[in-house]
Design a protein around this ligand. Structure first.
Ligand SMILES: Cc1cc2nc3c(=O)[nH]c(=O)nc-3n(C[C@H](O)[C@H](O)[C@H](O)COP(=O)(O)OP(=O)(O)OC[C@H]3O[C@@H](n4cnc5c(N)ncnc54)[C@H](O)[C@@H]3O)c2cc1C
Length: 426
């Protein structure tokens, strides 16, 4: 055998969250065959280091199917009945990772650094799983002994079992560009349409350019045919024609659903909107009274000073413009009751019309992927190919922000490792 042709019992394609967890679990389960991880980046776990703003939100204490989407949602959540957040926390803690949870149940490494998660996993891989980095699998050929993997630079692997854990198309600079989907397609598997999710939303607005780069605390809601369908609170970031921030990301999955199928949560809808509430802790009448009181207190000043001390200047200007006050140099006393009401309306319900979700470059996760009907979720084995497993983001399961996507990546990796070890024992 020349040095570019390798034989192995198990080849894991993708050294991300799912692939690494699968390798670690194989070792923990006492698997005594050979195993390689093939990774297209120069190092494994590049994306892991960027998760949770570098802190790696690795799971969530409040797992529930309401935080997941995709054809595999229910089957994945059934796995979570057994493999819940407590399981994964203990799994990592037994490896030596100390974890902490925040008030919303999000679980992080105690060090607040994703590198601790990656380091502890690589410590446990312990040279028993060989990493082949800067190596991209471009073709899979099934044969009577298993699978032949063709990689760049004429490298090939012959493996009895293979795991496709190539991730998705989101944030291609951190991981792959969706090669896992191509590999699945080559093998005859159908894909549910791929969409960027957990991403900024592009909206129609003539005032956003003036507040580009600013951030506010508030709540953001998605409406469909005038009714609120989902709302989230947190930091909202303004861009030129773009709304961003985790709370906007949480709405993006539904925005995408609307633009691809004109449905929201499966129900037909005609139009959607996004509204921002800049004062979620106050009801409308309080906000209206606050604006009226400021009018009285600051009556001799010009309109551009109405929110001095309350809102960032540029945001205040944008709110006034959005409320129809085009001349910001008029004296505040000249604002009539209709204007005060319009301003209170904007503060409580600043409305935007979504155009689309931003692209894969800015998305955290891919919605869609290998159809759940083609996978046995008890093992994650493909229904038409023995010894071929799919795990992580390449499968049509995606979650909201909060540790849900990594939880799925870990658990699918654990499930595959268990299936491989059990088969090996027979
Ligand atoms: C900026 C950012 C922050 C995030 N933060 C969080 C968070 O805090 N919590 C959370 O739960 N989720 C988070 N996510 C989502 C989460 O990171 C992913 O859902 C998860 O990493 C998916 O795991 P995976 O193993 O399926 O894929 P990945 O982690 O993407 O790993 C796939 C690996 O396969 C490699 N690969 C691809 N194609 C090939 C090929 N043909 N040959 C060889 N190797 C290949 C890639 O280089 C990559 O290393 C975040 C995502 C992003 C982009």
């Amino acid at each position: 055998m020349d040095e570019k042709n390798f034989n192995t019992d198990v080849a894991i394609i993708g050294g991300g969250a799912c692939g690494l967890m699968c390798g670690v679990s194989l070792i923990k389960n006492g698997f005594n065959g050979s195993c390689v991880i093939i990774e297209s980046n120069p190092r494994v776990g590049k994306k892991l280091l960027a998760t949770g703003n570098g802190r790696c939100n690795l799971s969530n204490e409040n797992l529930s199917n309401k935080f997941y989407y995709g054809s595999g949602r229910d089957s994945a959540c059934q796995l979570f009945n057994k493999y819940n957040s407590e399981y994964i926390k203990e799994y990592f803690e037994k490896m030596g990772l100390m974890t902490v949870s925040d008030h919303e149940g999000r679980i992080y490494p105690y060090s607040n650094s994703g590198s601790s998660v990656l380091d502890i996993m690589r410590l446990h891989l312990d040279h028993r799983v060989t990493e082949y980095c800067s190596c991209s699998v471009t073709k899979i050929i099934p044969n009577k002994n298993g699978y032949k993997l063709i990689c760049n630079d004429s490298i090939t692997f012959n493996a009895k079992k293979i795991v496709i854990a190539c991730g998705g198309k989101a944030s291609p600079k951190l991981s792959g560009d969706g090669m896992g989907y191509q590999l699945a397609k080559q093998l005859g598997y159908s894909l549910r349409s791929l969409m960027p999710s957990l991403a900024p939303v592009k909206v129609n607005s003539h005032v956003l350019r003036s507040i580009k780069g600013l951030r506010v605390q508030g709540s953001v809601a998605l409406t469909a045919d005038g009714k609120r369908v989902k709302s989230e609170q947190g930091e909202i970031q303004f861009g030129d024609g773009i709304l961003s921030g985790i709370c906007v990301f949480q709405l993006s999955r539904l925005v995408n659903e609307f633009f691809t199928s004109h449905t929201i949560n499966g129900s037909k809808r005609n139009r959607i909107g996004i509204t921002i509430d800049l004062f979620p802790a106050m009801d409308y009448s309080h906000v209206y009274s606050m604006v009226s009181a400021r009018k009285n207190a600051l009556s001799q000043h010009t309109a551009d000073k109405l929110f001095t001390g309350v809102l960032q200047n540029r945001i205040a200007m944008a709110v006034l413009k959005e409320s129809g006050i085009s001349d910001l140099q008029i004296p505040i006393y000249s604002l009539n009751d209709r204007s005060i009401k319009a301003i209170a309306d904007t503060l409580k319900q600043w409305s935007f019309t979504p155009r689309c979700v931003s692209d894969f470059n800015t998305a955290q996760v891919t919605a869609g992927g290998v159809d759940a009907k083609d996978i046995n979720f008890n093992t994650m084995e493909a229904v038409n190919h023995q010894g071929l497993y799919f795990g992580g983001e390449v499968v049509d399961v995606d979650g909201l922000c909060g540790g849900y996507n990594l939880h799925w990546a870990w658990i699918s990796g654990v499930t595959i490792a268990k299936a491989i070890t059990n088969k090996n024992k027979l």
